[in-house]
Design a protein around this ligand. Structure first.
Ligand code: HEC
Length: 449
C-alpha cells in the first residue's frame, strides 16, 4: 500500500520529465556519499574493535581518521545523505502513484533508519574528539589517571563505552537502511514483482535484492578504499602527522579494499544486466554496463600500479574513476527503471489528465470567449431578456438556476426538453468553454450585478 498516495497527486507527463531529472541528481548526490559513509563506518568500527583487542594505538588513530575524513561534517551529511533520500522517496511516491507496491513504504522506512543511523554515527565521531581531549588533558598529569578526580575517570570510561556502542548501532542501522533502500528501488524497477513482494519477509528472501545489495556493498567499499587513499594522502596535502608505520597501514588498507571491491564488481554488473527485468533491456543500457566495466578495469589497473610501485599518485585517477563508475551505474539504473515502469506511468498520467479535467470542470475558464458576441449571433433570434420570442425570456428561466453556472451551462451545451409550452431548443453547437461563459454571463446579466 502506498502511504503517501493520499498526500500526493499523480504527476502529469511534463511533470514526470522534471521528476526524472531531479531523481537522477538526488541519486548522484546520495549514492557516492552514502557509499563512503557505509564503507567508512564499517572500516572504522572494524579498526576500532581491533584496537580494543590489540591495544595498538595505531588502529585507534586509523579508526578515528577514517570516520573523520570519510563522513565529512554533520551538516554535509544531512545535505548529501538525508535530503536526497527524502527527495527520492517523495519522487518514487509520485511515480508509483496508485500502484500496489511496498517500495514507497520501504523508502520511508529506510529514510527513518538513515536518519537514526546518522545521529549515531556523528555521535560516534564526536566521542573520538572527546577522547582526544581526555588524552591531551592526561598528558598534563603525566598520564597518571589516578590523580584525576573519580568523576572525570568515570566520565572517560562512559565516553569510551558509548564510542563503541554508537559505532556499532550506527553501523548496523546504516546496513539495514541501505538494504531496504536497495530493496525499494529493486522492487520498483520490476513491475512484475510488485504483487509478490508484499512484506518485509519477501524482501529479505528476494535474490535480486541481495544481488543489488552486494553490488552496492562492493561499490561502497571501492569508493571508501579510494577515498582513504585520496583523502589521507592527496587532498589538501593529506594528513600531516603520519609516521611510516601508519602510512603503510592506511595505504595498504586503502589499496587492497578498493582493489578487491573493484575486482568483484564486473561480476555483479554482468549478473545484473542478465537479470534486468523485461523492458529494462535497451541498447543504451548495454552501452552503460559496458562502459562501467571498462572503467572498473581501469580502476584496477591504477590500483595495481599504486601497489606495485607504491606510488600514491595513482590513487587520484583511481578514485575519480570509481566515482565515474558510480555515476554510470546510477544513470543505468534510472534508465532501466524508467523503461520498465513506462506502462504504469502511462496509467498514472491518464489519471492525472482526468483529475486535471475534473479540476477544470469545477473552476471555469472563460478566457478568449466573448459571450455577448455569441448571444448576438446565436441566441438573439429566439431569446430576449424580457420578451418571449421562440424561446422563453431569460428573465423567467435563468433565475431558476439560482446562480449554478455548471448546471445552466450543461443545458446550454446540451439542451433538454423542459417546458411543454415551448418547442425543444435546438442544440447550438457551442463548445464546453463557450457554454460555460454563456451561463456565467446570463446569470450575471439577469441578476443585474
Ligand atoms: C431556434 C431557437 C433557439 C435558439 C437559437 C436558442 N434557443 Fe434557447 N430556447 C429555445 C426554446 C424553444 C426554449 C424552451 C425549451 C424548453 O423549455 O424545452 C429555450 C430555452 C432556453 C433556456 C431556458 C432553459 C430552462 O431551463 O428553461 C435558456 C437558458 C436558453 N434557451 C439559452 C439559450 C442560449 C444561451 C442560446 C444561444 C447560444 C439559445 N438559447 C439559443 C429556443 C432557442
Amino acid at each position: 500500500m502506498n502511504i503517501l498516495d493520499s498526500l500526493i497527486n499523480p504527476p502529469t507527463t511534463e511533470h514526470i520529465a522534471l521528476l526524472n531529472i531531479i531523481q537522477v541528481i538526488a541519486f548522484l548526490m546520495f549514492l557516492p556519499f552514502i557509499g563512503m559513509l557505509f564503507g567508512g563506518t564499517i572500516l572504522s568500527v572494524y579498526f576500532n574493535s581491533k584496537y580494543r583487542r590489540t591495544k595498538d594505538p595505531l588502529f585507534l588513530k586509523f579508526s578515528k581518521d577514517i570516520i573523520d575524513r570519510l563522513t565529512f561534517s554533520r551538516n554535509l551529511g544531512w545535505g548529501m545523505g538525508i535530503l536526497p533520500v527524502f527527495t527520492i522517496t517523495v519522487i518514487y511516491a509520485q511515480f508509483l502513484y496508485g500502484a500496489k507496491v511496498i517500495s514507497v513504504g520501504l523508502f520511508l522506512l529506510s529514510t527513518l533508519l538513515y536518519i537514526t543511523s546518522f545521529v549515531f554515527i556523528y555521535n560516534y565521531k564526536n566521542t573520538f574528539h572527546i577522547e582526544n581531549v581526555f588524552k591531551a588533558f592526561k598528558a598534563f598529569t603525566n598520564n597518571d589517571s589516578s590523580s584525576l578526580p573519580s568523576e572525570v575517570r568515570e566520565f572517560e570510561k562512559n565516553i569510551l563505552k558509548s564510542n563503541v556502542r554508537y559505532g556499532n548501532f550506527g553501523m548496523w542501522l546504516l546496513i539495514i537502511a541501505s538494504f531496504l533502500f536497495v530493496g525499494s528501488y529493486t522492487i520498483a524497477s520490476d513491475p512484475g514483482s510488485w504483487e509478490s513482494n508484499n512484506g518485509l519477509m519477501s524482501v529479505f528472501l528476494n535474490g535480486q535484492i541481495w544481488l543489488n545489495f552486494f553490488y552496492f556493498v562492493s561499490a561502497s567499499f571501492a569508493i571508501s578504499g579510494g577515498a582513504i587513499l585520496y583523502l589521507f594522502f592527496i587532498w589538501q596535502g593529506g594528513i600531516k602527522d603520519m609516521d611510516d608505520k601508519y602510512k603503510s597501514l592506511s595505504q595498504k588498507t586503502g589499496i587492497y579494499i578498493a582493489l578487491i571491491a573493484s575486482l568483484v564488481q564486473p561480476l555483479f554488473l554482468i549478473l545484473n544486466f542478465i537479470n534486468e527485468p523485461q523492458g529494462g533491456l535497451t541498447g543504451s543500457n548495454f552501452f552503460l554496463t559496458g562502459i562501467s566495466i571498462v572503467s572498473i578495469l581501469l580502476v584496477c589497473n591504477f590500483l595495481y600500479a599504486a601497489l606495485r610501485n607504491s606510488e600514491i599518485k595513482y590513487a587520484s585517477p583511481a578514485f575519480f574513476l570509481i566515482f565515474l563508475t558510480f555515476i554510470f551505474s546510477v544513470i543505468q539504473q534510472q534508465m532501466a527503471f524508467g523503461n520498465s515502469i513506462k506502462p504504469h506511468l502511462y496509467t498514472v498520467t491518464q489519471k492525472a489528465e482526468e483529475l486535471k479535467k475534473e479540476i477544470e470542470g469545477k473552476t471555469i475558464s472563460t478566457t478568449g470567449v466573448d459571450p455577448e458576441a455569441i448571444y448576438n449571433t446565436k441566441c438573439i433570434a429566439c431569446h430576449k431578456f424580457d420578451v418571449k420570442l421562440v424561446g422563453p425570456p431569460y428573465q423567467e428561466t435563468v433565475p431558476k438556476y439560482a446562480g449554478d453556472v455548471k448546471k445552466l451551462s450543461e443545458f446550454i451545451y446540451n439542451p433538454q426538453k423542459i417546458n411543454p409550452a415551448f418547442p425543444p431548443m435546438p442544440n447550438q453547437g457551442l463548445k464546453q468553454k463557450e457554454a460555460d461563459a454563456m451561463a456565467q454571463w446570463l446569470i450575471k446579466k439577469v441578476s443585474g450585478k
